[in-house]
Design a protein around this ligand. Sequence first.
Ligand SMILES: Cc1ncc(COP(=O)(O)O)c(C=O)c1O
Length: 392
Amino acid sequence: MGVWTVSRYLHIHVLLPQRILTMTEKMMIPGPVPVQESVLRDMGSQVRAHYGTEWTAIYKKTVELLKLVFKTQGDVHILVGSGSSGLDAAIGSLTVSGEKIIVGTNGYFGERLRQISDGYGLEVIPVHGALGEPLNPTDFKEAISNHPDAAALALVHLETATTIVNPAAEIATEAKLKDIPVVLDAVSSLGGVPLSMDDWEIDICVSASQQCLGAPPGLAPVAISHRAWEIMNAKPQRNHGWYLNLQTWRHFADEWADWHPYPATMATNNVLALKTGLRSLLADGIDERIEHYTKLALQLREGVRRLGLQPFTPDNQLAPVVTAIYGPEDVPTGEIVQYLFEEHGIMISGGLGEGLRDRIFRVGHMGPMVSKDDIDAVLQGLSQFPQIQGLQ
Ligand SMILES: Cc1ncc(COP(=O)(O)O)c(C=O)c1O
């Protein structure tokens, strides 16, 4: 690798390096994550028919494993699309244009929920949280008492942009008091942050294959409560068209249950890979994985403090799977991201969203492959960045 000079990169404000990672380099962004060899083998296996008894049994097994991870007795459908497709399907399937939706917004992905809602012509009642602070259940209580007619309430569990874990269970409890269905974005949290869909009375919980589930991107598992189906059934005039209408998915799961339980061609290799990722997660244990991630988060926090840097959130608010760190004063954090990549072969992420872009950088420590040595490598790399060396 070439010699790092500050002047070479002074002009850099891009968040992501332009070069493609080689297999020997470390990807430590907050999703997607590197996957296990067994998962790669599934992705590389010969394409098979997406229907028939044998394949359908594999698909249904994958759904059963997902239910264990969501901790739900409800239904799970695996949409072919990224996490956002599942969020779009959840909000659009539950609501009718003109209805109100209460949306928690304390970061980039909360804003996305608002944009999806806007896209469906819903009246958004935003509940803001200060950047870097968890959403406050009391603010939701107030919004709900002012808008008891809201058709849904949506929030992000782990706001990946700020690394804030929102108190989803408490907020859902407030919504239940007024019988408002809750949509939870668990794209970055499922399998890496404690989450219990049925106990928390979440109505639609959405995740994605590429983060803590340890598979490549391409699938959006969506878990749906019995009550959510009742609400959808009671609203035949809902917003949705066909593909992202959850009722279409249910129709095929019922009507074609034995041979083709979804409306379109299933991404079979992705499902095989997801199944292997889920088996590995459940074999390790969800709690054990969370404990492992938490240790890595603490190791990273302790290490950056030794270097003279500060984590963005206090330790008692840590996210197990991703850590945001303030850069040194006057150093756009894009330069740190670029430096670690160019000089140490480690890909991390910059800040995401207004006010954070050049102030923080984020290190993902999620997925089955991440280890203590990876955190050491990040710390070692950071310690050699010129303006960080000056802090020590
Ligand atoms: C919390 C959260 N919500 C939604 C998304 C969007 O997911 P996708 O990019 O898979 O559509 C992400 C992506 O990282 C996320 O972290």
